[in-house]
Design a protein around this ligand. Structure first.
Ligand code: DAT
Length: 181
């Protein structure tokens, strides 16, 4: 944040994790339940809608993101707060944006089923499955942000979903109280 930016009255929350762990499901419910308005940005959808990519890889069925364009587009929103950034990677987001980084985790056999239901090509399912087992996104989050703001949460079923969102809502309330906003 630059010196003359006004203080944030709502946090910027990153929800990250391997594709299929439940990021969008969590972000949607959190946007509904939050005590302050939070705009849910599904970054993958943004990339497609706003053309923030260089190429599309047919084999992998995925976009090569233009990171500079993406960051420029997100900067005014993410630095002002009141935003949930929902993406399968987090390390490109500057530390100064992030107030909380939630890394969702899921049992890999369950994840496999979810990705199969999505119609992903086999190699993409395998790659993501392996990434979940190797906790790639968690390590990425831990190496990119202060450990105090990185939280790992399980996302297997609706009970997890509800308790995770309730926990984040409590965190938002505490965040606001700390800052008197
Ligand atoms: P992501 O945004 O991480 O790619 P998603 O939110 O689209 O994942 O979820 C993928 C599928 O799995 C979707 O059908 C919802 C389901 N799902 C994920 N987490 C869940 C949870 N904790 N409880 C119930 N269903 C969940």
């Amino acid at each position: 944040m630059s010196l003359d930016s006004p203080p944030k009255s709502s946090p910027t929350i990153i929800i990250t994790g391997t594709p299929g762990v439940g990021k969008s499901t969590h972000a949607q419910l959190l946007a509904q339940e939050s005590p302050v308005p939070l705009k849910h940005i599904n970054v993958g959808e943004w990339v497609k809608e706003k053309g923030l990519y260089e190429t599309f890889d047919q084999d992998w069925q995925s976009y090569e993101v233009d990171e500079d364009k993406l960051l420029d587009e997100l900067e005014p929103l993410a630095s002002a707060g009141g935003v949930i950034l929902d993406w399968h990677t987090c390390e490109i987001f500057p530390e100064r944006w992030a107030d909380l980084v939630v890394v969702l985790r899921c049992d890999h056999t369950k994840l496999w089923e979810r990705l199969e239901n999505r119609g992903y090509p086999l190699k993409k399912i395998q790659e993501n499955n392996e990434a979940e087992i190797m906790q790639v996104v968690l390590e990425e989050a831990r190496s990119s942000y202060e450990s105090e703001i990185v939280v790992e949460l399980q996302s297997e079923g609706t009970e997890d979903l509800e308790s995770n969102v309730a926990r984040i809502v409590q965190w938002i309330e505490a965040w606001r109280k700390d800052r008197d906003v």
